[in-house]
Write a protein that binds this ligand. Structure first.
Ligand SMILES: Cc1ncc(COP(=O)(O)O)c(C=O)c1O
Length: 391
């Protein structure tokens, strides 16, 4: 079956699985499909494949392989880190986080609130940045953990994780960062970051969905979230997903090799697209700081036009982009991230995220640039509000 050409600008939602990654994982479905916990070598030998993958993940983030725990996804990794901090510090019932985290964190914290925990959600500035003085002031004697994402999935805005980590260390409080959107796009070195916990998700770096990692610094107290067998040295129960673990290992290896490309070629493509939109399409604004940002992400407000309408017309042209985070697509609520940045609801609802990655080409950007002005013009012509705005 021949596949239609898709112009894919939604790599922060998920990425295409790299052919090298598929190749690496297939034998673990078809030939070496045993259970690593079995006593016989057909199963037991798989431990070697898991440990090799663990070393590759450790190399990606600069840690010891024993500090890497395989989980089922980024969501589980985030939940596990916060849950562990609360369990190992039962007297501390406060969590400090931000108002722009992924729902993997936002919804978990809401759940914690319903269980009697206290949550402080730090506001952000208009450009998406955090006030670190406010962060430091908001740490309390009963704060069990500070959880702050590294890169925002909607805007690509980066938080200064090393500085936040230093603040947490000086106040003797555990620190978790959600690095799901950073892996593969920027260098990660947990030693220099000094974080206690760091979350990753494989499907953001050209591996399958449904496999993640939680880094736990050696000597950081830890309690598992999924309780069962002795897998992951008792830190995460459940029979290991060997094919996906192997896939994640291979993807981590490729990601390390590809970081240069991400920061030169992909960044250039993103800038070309963004500069075009801001210069050639009237009444457009970038959401988020220009510089303190992931190299692949652009979030733009198209004044007076509903993002959902833009996405629908782009979809008819086989162009994929998104409004806000993929997990909230379909909801009519404006993005909580853009709202926290102070965008009025109508502008938040008119914002589209374009996120690129290694399989994007100049041709993809050519196609988008060719069609986007017409799409916006057509929608503005159909909308009396927009017509008024641009007249
Ligand atoms: C910043 C961030 N954190 C966590 C997640 C959740 O990862 P997963 O889909 O593996 O559960 C995502 C996914 O979109 C994300 O962008």
């Amino acid at each position: 079956m021949s596949q239609r050409k898709i112009y894919y600008f939604d790599n922060n939602a998920t990425t295409r699985v790299a052919p090298e990654v598929v190749e690496a994982m297939l034998p673990y479905f078809t030939q070496q499909w045993g259970n690593p916990s079995s006593a016989y070598s057909f199963g037991h030998d798989l431990i070697k494949a898991i440990e090799l993958a663990r070393e590759k993940l450790a190399a990606l983030i600069g840690c010891d392989a024993r500090e890497v725990i395989f989980t089922s996804c980024g969501t589980e990794s985030n939940n596990t880190a916060i849950h562990s901090a609360l369990l190992t510090n039962p007297k501390k019932r406060h969590v400090l986080t931000t108002s722009v985290e992924h729902s993997a964190n936002i919804k978990f914290c809401k759940h914690l609130e319903s269980q009697g925990y206290e949550i402080t959600r730090l506001p952000v500035e208009r450009d998406g940045s955090l006030d670190l003085h406010l962060l430091a002031e908001s740490i309390r004697t009963d704060t069990a953990i500070v959880s702050v994402m590294w890169a925002n999935n909607e805007t690509g805005v980066l938080f200064p994780i090393e500085e936040i980590s230093a603040i947490c260390q000086s106040r003797d409080v555990l620190f978790h960062t959600d690095a799901v959107q950073v892996a593969g796009k920027m260098k990660i070195d947990v030693q220099s970051l000094g974080v206690d916990f760091l979350s990753l998700s494989a499907h953001k770096l050209h591996a399958p969905k449904g496999i993640g990692v939680l880094y736990v610094k050696r000597r950081t107290p830890f309690q598992p979230y999924i309780i069962g067998g002795q897998q992951e040295r008792g830190r995460r129960g459940g029979t290991e997903n060997v094919p996906y673990i192997v896939a994640f290992g291979r993807a981590a290896e490729l990601a390390l090799e590809g970081i240069q490309d991400e920061n030169t070629r992909v960044r250039r493509l993103r800038d070309r697209l963004e500069d075009f939109i801001l210069q050639k399409i009237p009444d457009t604004t970038r959401n988020g700081a220009r510089n303190e940002r992931l190299p692949n992400t652009s979030n733009v407000a198209f004044g007076g036009v509903e993002a959902e309408a833009i996405l629908l017309l782009l979809n008819q042209l086989d162009i994929c982009a998104s409004s806000g985070s993929a997990c909230t697509t379909g909801s009519i609520e404006p993005s909580h991230v853009l709202s926290a940045m102070g965008l009025p609801p109508d502008l938040a609802r008119s914002s589209v995220r374009f996120s690129l990655a290694k399989y994007n080409t100049e041709e993809d950007v050519d196609v988008l640039i060719q069609h986007l002005p017409g799409v916006i013009q057509r929608l503005r012509a159909e909308s009396p509000v927009a017509a008024e705005l641009t007249s």
